[in-house]
Design a protein around this ligand. Sequence first.
Ligand code: 5GP
Ligand code: MN
Length: 332
Amino acid sequence: MTPDPRYGGPVPGRYWDRAVELISSSDEIALACHISPDGDALGSMLAVGLALRAAGKQVTASFGERRFTVPRLLRFLPGQDLLVEPGDYPAAPELMVTFDVPIVDRLGMLSGNAGKARELVVVDHHRSNTGFGTVNLVDPAAAATAVLAEDLIHRLGLPVDRAVATGLYAGLVTDTGSFRHSSTTPGVHAMAARLLATGLNPEEIARELWDRSPFGYLKVLGAVLDRVKLEPEVGGGLVWTFVTRADRAAYGLPYDEVEGIIDVVRRTDEADVAVILKEDDDGAWQVSTRSKGGVDVSRVCSALGGGGHTKAAGFTSHLPVEQTMAGLRALL
Ligand code: 5GP
Ligand code: MN
């Protein structure tokens, strides 16, 4: 199938047909999502994985991290038993399907497996998607990869039970910011209605995703907010802070627990752009950026080797905090 990168508009019908044909005719299917998975990446992957397993397929699912652990806040997602460590993943899958992955690099350790896959179905909604699959189910207009995952499950003729719906719902609420982002179309609410009708518990899902953390989180949040800086003269206003490995270590806080701090920082009225630099366990800085619309942060982050969406993007930096910020300021 012709790769068709960076196109707008819905996925062509013949792409869907080809994906359905490939999946229906395979007994073994290897699924993958991006490293540092969020609710959309892992939720979409596990939802499709559960639906396929119920249909009798042998399913393997993973993401390519050396220190393979599921973020604490995503451990409630049904289907964790589908997961294998990247080292145990098929080296050259006959059929591999990726979720929420815009570029091969975001597969981390599984990039090589994708390169050797005979057929590679890419399910994604990033505008920056490079079309690296043999079949690309990529729709930048979709509010979440979960929207495309639900469509795929329906086209395969498979049922969406409560467990499958939980993964899809986690993806939908994560990427729409709990139905707050402009991506929240009538279609998004219609999908939410279909998922709720399976009997899932939205309160429980919201609490798992956003409303709980260990006590140490409050102490780290305090330290991180204490050092926040506002630079009104940069772009439409820039607010930024950082969280070090040492900050987290003082309270035994794993990396994924600090992922939500950006949502506090970006509240700032005086800033169009919010940035947080998070030092991971390897000492690399994972930079998260958010914009209220004045700046396209996906362009800024792409220029720095990352990517993402217009209003939410990121990149990895191996430079000290001040140098990374100097690079960002120059682009803003
Ligand atoms: P977050 O800040 O929540 O980690 O990521 C926001 C958005 O930016 C997501 O859509 C994510 O896919 C993208 N993103 C974050 N970090 C990176 C990165 O290092 N590379 C790329 N290509 N995209 C990233
Ligand atoms: Mn997504």
